[in-house]
Design a protein around this ligand. Structure first.
Ligand SMILES: C[S@@+](CC[C@H](N)C(=O)[O-])C[C@H]1O[C@@H](n2cnc3c(N)ncnc32)[C@H](O)[C@@H]1O
Length: 343
């Protein structure tokens, strides 16, 4: 019965525009009580507790110790958690694993933060969508997390988040393997033109990420998905070596950035957070050109209004070399070495 379901007793801040309700086929979920505008804060939450270890290293004893430190009222709240709203968790570790958020994912790929996982009673009630209407941005300061609307959300609409940032580069099949359940969002409904295009866009953006960063996306090792079970991001070994060695010409790098952004925009993933994530990288590449004509084209690309227009201008750089190509490649290699030494 939903009227006396344990989730009814979870403490929701009075000013939060949300309520918890059953969601067909997905246990319970979070729903908007009123219209929430794109960009608006949905919920800010402190963790019930934090375990400062990598998720794979956290044991039943770690969770038990953290649980013992809670107040009686906090223990009661923890005890309300259910596996997808139905089953009581058979152990503390499973309850933790299903309701925790990673607190160590920084916004900078070159900086690795110490591992930390926090248990969040309310944010873990959000169901997943590969085309969500909300986001819990990474790179937060401290242990609190917050969710924001990434588009206008109507009163009564379910609020969803994407469970992994890596999913923007994975196909439907790969995402479902990692999730352990089948998502039914527009990017997952099989046999539709949108779904087929979605797979192509996400696969291509994974290749572009590889070419840009020299490594594959960091796929989750839990949930039965490892890099080995993914199709190769780049098939050609020579191209893969060039990417790993950062020998990708600057002009190509400049094209890959707006191309990825265009693909994500077409996919419906280009929210304000994504925009803030991709634009510094594009601006940084513009600042690296040493061949004046290349720099002028790149600057002109940046002032265009849409990702397609930026991409069309960027394509004028195709196959051009740049005087900075070698020094940029060396710079990336030094940064990679420094990052590997510090981790
Ligand atoms: C962290 S919980 C989310 C809240 C959960 N529905 C509840 O009632 O407590 C994650 C679980 O919710 C379910 N779930 C989340 N998103 C789903 C989706 N798009 N389709 C089906 N099940 C989903 C899965 O069982 C998943 O393991």
């Amino acid at each position: 019965m939903s009227s006396n379901h344990p989730y009814r007793y979870l403490n929701i801040p009075k000013d939060a525009p949300i309520e918890l309700k059953p969601s067909a086929g997905k246990g319970w979920g979070v729903f908007a009580k009123q219209k929430i505008q794109r960009g608006a804060l949905i919920l800010q939450e402190k963790p019930l507790f934090v375990i400062r270890k990598a998720r794979a290293d956290i044991t039943e004893e770690d969770v038990g110790r953290a649980f013992q430190q809670l107040s009686p009222q906090q223990k009661q709240q923890f005890a309300l958690l259910r596996d997808n709203a139905t089953r009581i968790f058979p152990c503390l570790l499973m309850a933790f694993a299903e309701n925790c958020f990673n607190l160590a994912s920084g916004s900078d790929a070159w900086v690795s933060l110490p591992p930390a996982e926090g248990l969040f009673l309310l944010h873990s009630r959000f169901n997943h969508s590969c085309l969500p209407n909300a986001k819990v941005p990474t790179g937060h300061v401290g242990d609190e997390i917050a969710s924001f609307a990434t588009r206008d959300i109507l009163a009564g609409e379910e609020i969803t988040i994407c469970y992994s940032p890596v999913f923007e580069c994975l196909t439907r099949h790969e995402r479902h393997q990692a999730l352990g359940f089948t998502c039914d969002c527009r990017a997952c409904l099989p046999g539709t033109p949108f779904q087929r295009l979605s797979d192509a866009r996400r696969r291509l953006s994974r290749g572009l990420q590889y070419l840009t960063h020299g490594v594959d996306v960091d796929v989750p090792s839990d949930g039965g998905l490892g890099t080995s079970s993914l199709s190769p991001a780049i098939v050609d070994p020579q191209l893969r070596r060039a990417a790993q060695n950062f020998d990708i010409p600057l002009t190509s790098r400049f094209i890959y950035e707006p191309l990825s952004a265009f693909l994500w925009a077409e996919e419906g993933l280009m929210d304000g957070f994504m925009f803030q994530r991709v634009t510094p990288g594009i601006r940084a590449v513009v600042g690296m050109f040493r061949t004046r004509e290349n720099a002028a084209i790149a600057r002109f690309a940046l002032v265009q209004d849409t990702w397609l227009e930026r991409l069309n201008v960027a394509f004028r750089l195709y196959w051009r070399g740049d005087a900075a190509d070698q020094s940029v490649a060396e710079g990336f290699r030094v940064m990679q070495l420094a990052a590997s030494l510090s981790s």
